[in-house]
Design a protein around this ligand. Structure first.
Ligand code: PFF
Length: 469
């Protein structure tokens, strides 16, 4: 019984001692499945919903450039470190970091880098499932032809109508939560592996088609200029923080997800190659989403900085006009929901693995406990758009505050601790063995980046925002 066994049964958790017993804990059935799972975690609402709207709010090109720089210099090195820690630690993030700290003869308090990630992922999931619920509710709305012939105003009204109804939001969010928990609890391989196999290529093709449609019918050149010609005067310290935070969000970093997925990775898979490919796929999907949406934004006289509703207002206009738009649109939102589900699964797995491994809870109990807590917490995000819209913390609603805090502060903070742990606490030889980069020069480049470049960049962004530099 190797690889497939326990993942097939949906029992990703379970106690283990590294390597020798990892078969009992369960591994991905192949490196291809790991690649799919990691890409499934990375590609989600972050790429299609969030990237376009924050790019719109932060002025376009210069923001995109900083974001790409963060992916390259911070995201990819950290992604490699997280997967490596997971694979060597063979436990939930908290346990894995503690085990590696012990191995290095260091203080096990470093485990905070692990559990903070799990907590951050949990908090993110509470609002993530609400947004996934928006996409879910758009499936029947699109299929029924509600959007046929709508313009910007009508589309905006339909979206606001959804936000104004706590009941609809709760029902849709609950369905997303239930689906996530069902997959995590009972059939990870069946659910995740199979849906990923057709989802990723399908989403890609559909996005390409939408880009083509937007290029023909919308203001394509204006959109390209907006996305790719940097205007640095539009960049503020907050925009830089948001770009950094989004690099974390989109690559699922600082939230335990990549660590826990790494903990199911068979030995021998190249962590470096896989990480680069995951980041590449993720970036391409985000840029395609931007190229599909902005031509429509400009073509329909909409505001690029319209906020979280951007894709839910713009895309339906296109679906309402194009031939077979009902079907194409319906399919698009189905894929968006599945993409969100594969990310939601990875957001919930660290805390569930933690409950089963640290406290010996059965997987079912862990799923019920975290599902219940998530449901209650998600109400805060639901009510941010209606009943509690006027209650603000630091000028933001509960939803916005949670997003801002987790994405822009907690994820980079968790990431900072992880790079410091890897680069300064773990022994160089241990890291060298664990990461498995055979090329000496490449290892050195990554090692230097991880020890100096990455932590420095994160600290500089934090200091810059606090007005200290
Ligand atoms: N990367 C996902 C997205 O872009 O939608 C969101 C996400 C998943 C964030 C998993 C964090 C995480 F651990």
């Amino acid at each position: 019984m190797t690889d497939k066994s326990s993942i097939a049964a949906g029992t990703l958790g379970g106690a283990s001692v590294r390597t020798q017993q990892s078969a009992a804990r369960g591994l991905w059935s192949s490196r291809w499945v790991f690649f799919l799972a990691a890409t499934g975690s990375a590609v989600g609402l972050g790429n299609i919903w969030k990237f376009p709207y924050i790019t719109g709010e932060n002025g376009g090109g210069a923001f995109v450039l900083v974001y790409l720089g963060c992916i390259l210099l911070i995201g990819i090195p950290l992604l490699m470190a997280e997967v490596m820690i997971g694979r060597r630690g063979r436990q939930n993030p908290d346990g894995a970091v503690a085990r590696l700290a012990r191995e290095a003869g260091a203080n096990t308090k470093w485990r905070v880098a692990g559990w903070l990630g799990g907590l951050t992922g949990f908090l993110i999931l509470s609002f993530y499932l609400v947004v996934a619920g928006w996409a879910l509710s758009y499936i029947p709305t699109t299929l029924s032809g509600t959007f046929s012939g709508v313009g910007g105003d009508a589309s905006g009204e339909l979206f606001n109508g959804l936000l104004a109804s706590p009941m609809r939001l709760i029902v849709c969010g609950t369905l997303v939560l239930a689906a996530t928990m069902l997959i995590v609890g009972f059939g990870v391989r069946g659910g995740l592996e199979r849906s990923l196999r057709f989802l990723m290529p399908g989403l890609f093709v559909l996005l390409l088609g939408l880009v083509g449609y937007a290029a023909v019918t919308g203001e394509f050149l204006q959109a390209l200029a907006f996305l790719f010609v940097p205007d640095f005067s539009a960049l503020t310290a907050t925009s830089v923080l948001i770009a950094l935070g989004h690099a974390f969000f989109t690559l699922s970093l600082g939230a335990g997800a990549m660590m826990v997925y790494g903990s199911y990775l068979p030995e021998g898979t190249s962590i470096a190659k896989t990480s680069v490919l995951v980041a590449l796929a993720d970036t391409v999907v985000a840029l395609l989403a931007g190229m599909a949406i902005f031509p429509l934004v400009f073509g329909n006289g909409l505001e690029p900085g319209a906020g979280p509703g951007l894709i839910f207002v713009t895309l339906p206009i296109a679906f309402g006009q194009m031939p077979l738009g009902q079907v194409v649109g319906g399919l698009f939102f189905v894929m968006l929901v599945i993409a969100a589900l594969t990310s939601a699964i990875s957001l919930s797995e660290p805390s569930i693995a933690w409950m089963t491994e640290r406290f010996g809870l059965s997987r079912l109990k862990a799923v019920l406990v975290s599902g219940g807590l998530l449901w209650v917490l998600s109400l805060g995000s639901v009510f941010s758009f209606n009943l509690w819209a006027d209650y603000q913390l630091f000028g933001k609603t509960f939803f916005d505050s949670l997003d801002y805090l987790t994405t822009n502060w907690l994820m980079p903070l968790g990431g900072l601790m992880t790079v410091l742990f890897t680069g300064w606490v773990m022994k160089e030889q241990t890291v060298r063995d664990a990461i498995g980069i055979r090329h000496g020069g490449l290892f050195r480049a990554w090692w230097l980046l991880l020890r100096f470049g990455t932590p420095l960049a994160i600290v500089l962004v934090f200091l810059n925002l606090s007005g200290l530099i």
